[in-house]
Design a protein. Structure first.
Length: 482
C-alpha cells in the first residue's frame, strides 16, 4: 500500500540519540537488559574496517508490538493509522547509519522503500521486488515452514519468523548497496514513534510553506512551530497537500520529513535538557524497551562513547538516488534505480576523499543568548533559542516572565553592537543596557505578538523539493523542509 510509516525509523534513531548523548549512564543496564535482542545478524553481514560502525535501522509497517501482540484500542484511536490488522511486516523505512571511528561526520543514508531490486535468497520464491518486501516475504516463508513442521507456540512462530525477515532484509540491503558491512541493526514498530513523541513533546519543526492534508491530519503553517504527539505523527505521515496539490508529495518527500524530524529531535534532546530530566529519560528508555529490537552484539555503552557527536549535530542525512518512478511487471508503483549509481554513491559516502586544502577556520561564536517568554505562548522561548543556535549563537537559559507588549534585547556594558545585531535578526529595534546581564550574554524578552520576521537570518530559507538526486540535511539544528 502507498501509505508510508516513516515514523517507525524516527523512533529507532531517536533511541540511538538517547544512546549517543553520553548522559545518565547509570540507566545503561536498565536499557540494555530490557531491549529485545536478536541473533538474526549472524556472521554473513560483514564487519566494518577499524573502528567504523554501520547500523541498519528498519522500521516495520506493523500495527503490532515487538511480540506480535495488538496494541490497546486507545493507541490505535490516537494514531489514526488503522487497527491491528492493517499494515504488515514490510520494512517501510531503511536507514544505514555510518559512524566513522575517528569521530568525523557521520552519515545517515535513507534507502527509498519502493526501490525495485533483486531480493537476496529469493524469499517466498520472489526474485525481485520492492526493497521493503524482503522482510515480509521471508517472514511469511518461515512462518509457513514452521507451521508445516508442527510448531504451534505463538511466541516461537513470531520470533523465528521475524528473525528470518531481519536476515533477509539485511542481506538484500547489503547486496543492493554493494556488499557494505552491517555491524548492527535496530528494528522498531510503528507505535514506538507515537510513544516517543508523547515523551518529548512539544517538538519543534519547520516548514517551507503552509500545508494541509485531511488524510493524515496535517495542518501546518510556514516557519517554525511546536507539535504535540498527534501532530508529529501527521508531520511524518503526510502524503498529500490540499493547499498546494501541484507539489505532488512522494516517498522521497516523506523521507525528507523523517530526516528533518530526526535532526530536530536530536537537537532538542541536546539543547532543551530533555535527557537530564529523570522522568522524560525514563520514558525514552521505556519506549526503547517496549517496541525496539537490536542485534545481540550491539553494546550501547561502547556505541555511545564512539558516537557522542551525533546529538551535537555531527551527522548528515541523505537519500540515495533513484532514476525515475515506474511500474513493476505486476503494475505496482516502484522506484527504478541505477544499481551502479547507487553503489558508487554509497562508496563515496562511506569513503569521502581527503580534503585538498586546509579547512576554513570555524566562525567565531556570536555569544550566548538567554530567552524569556513574555507572550504567554507555551514553548516559544525554547523555539527561539533553538532557532538562534542554528544561526551561530550559543543557546543559554530559557524561561517565562510577566507579559509585556514589545520585544527587547538586554545587554551588558560594551555589548551594544551585538545587541543591535541580534535585535535586527529578531525584527525589533529595542535594546537596553542592563547590568544584571552576565558578560558574554544577551537577554531577549519576547513581547506579545512576536514572530520571526520573514527577512531575518533566523527565518528558514524555503527548501527546494527533494528529488531523486543526492540531497542532504545537516544535523545540529532544525531544518526547514517541504
Amino acid at each position: 500500500m502507498r501509505t508510508t510509516v516513516v515514523r517507525s525509523a524516527v523512533a529507532a534513531v531517536s533511541a540511538l540519540v538517547l544512546a549517543v548523548t553520553g548522559v545518565a549512564w547509570d540507566q545503561y543496564t536498565n536499557l540494555s537488559d530490557g531491549l529485545h535482542r536478536s541473533a538474526a545478524l549472524g556472521s554473513g553481514s560483514g564487519t566494518s574496517t577499524g573502528t567504523d560502525t554501520n547500523i541498519l535501522v528498519m522500521g516495520l509497517d506493523s500495527r503490532l508490538d515487538e511480540n506480535g501482540d495488538p496494541l490497546p484500542a486507545a493507541v490505535y484511536d490516537a494514531m489514526h493509522t488503522g487497527a491491528s490488522d492493517v499494515g504488515g511486516y514490510n520494512a517501510n523505512v531503511l536507514i544505514l547509519l555510518h559512524v566513522p571511528g575517528d569521530g568525523s561526520r557521520a552519515t545517515a543514508m535513507s534507502i527509498p522503500r519502493d526501490d525495485y531490486v533483486s531480493l537476496a535468497g529469493v524469499p517466498d520464491g520472489q526474485p525481485k521486488g520492492k526493497i521493503k518486501q524482503a522482510y515480509g516475504l521471508a517472514f511469511d516463508q518461515e512462518h509457513k515452514q514452521l507451521v508445516a513442521q508442527g510448531v504451534t507456540d505463538a511466541a516461537t512462530l513470531e520470533q523465528r519468523s521475524r528473525d528470518a525477515g531481519r536476515t533477509s532484509e539485511i542481506a538484500t540491503v547489503r547486496q543492493f548497496l554493494g556488499g557494505v558491512p552491517v555491524d548492527h541493526f535496530v528494528e522498531v514498530t510503528m507505535v514506538a514513534f507515537y510513544q516517543l513523541a508523547q515523551v518529548v513533546a512539544p517538538i519543534t519543526v519547520c516548514l517551507a510553506e503552509n500545508t494541509q492534508d485531511s488524510y493524515s491530519g496535517a495542518n501546518f503553517h510556514q516557519g517554525y512551530q511546536q507539535l504535540d504527539a498527534a501532530q508529529a505523527l501527521a508531520f511524518v505521515r503526510q502524503r498529500r497537500d490540499t493547499v498546494h496539490p501541484s507539489l505532488n508529495f512522494t516517498d522521497l518527500d516523506r523521507e525528507r520529513r523523517q530526516q528533518a524530524f530526526i535532526a530536530s529531535l536530536a537537537f532538542q534532546l541536546k539543547q532543551a535538557g530533555t535527557i537530564t530530566d529523570p522522568t522524560k529519560l525514563q520514558g525514552l528508555i521505556d519506549v526503547a524497551k517496549q517496541n525496539i529490537a537490536v542485534d545481540d552484539g550491539l553494546d550501547l555503552l561502547q556505541f555511545a562513547q564512539q558516537a557522542s557527536g551525533l546529538a551535537g549535530g555531527n551527522v548528515t542525512f541523505t537519500t540515495l538516488p533513484i532514476e525515475k518512478f515506474g511500474k513493476d511487471p505486476l503494475g505496482e508503483d516502484v522506484n527504478i534505480v541505477d544499481v551502479a549509481q547507487v553503489q558508487a554513491t554509497v562508496a563515496r559516502l562511506l569513503n569521502p576523499a581527503a580534503p585538498t586544502s586546509a579547512p576554513a577556520a570555524p566562525a567565531a561564536p556570536l555569544g550566548t543568548v538567554d530567552v524569556l517568554n513574555a507572550t504567554g505562548r507555551t514553548g516559544l522561548a525554547a523555539t527561539v533559542s533553538q532557532t538562534l543556535a542554528g544561526d551561530g549563537y550559543t543557546a543559554g537559559s530559557t524561561g517565562n516572565t510577566a507579559r509585556r507588549a514589545s520585544t527587547v534585547v538586554h545587554f551588558p556594558a560594551g555589548a551594544g553592537a551585538a545587541a543591535a545585531a541580534l535585535a535586527g535578526t529578531l525584527g525589533t529595534s529595542h535594546t537596553t543596557e542592563d547590568g544584571t546581564v552576565a558578560p558574554g550574554h544577551l537577554e531577549v524578552v519576547l513581547g506579545a505578538g512576536f514572530t520571526l520576521p520573514a527577512t531575518s537570518s533566523a527565518t528558514p530559507t524555503p527548501a527546494a523539493a527533494p528529488t531523486s538526486a543526492l540531497d542532504g540535511i545537516s544535523g545540529g539544528g532544525i531544518p526547514c523542509v517541504k
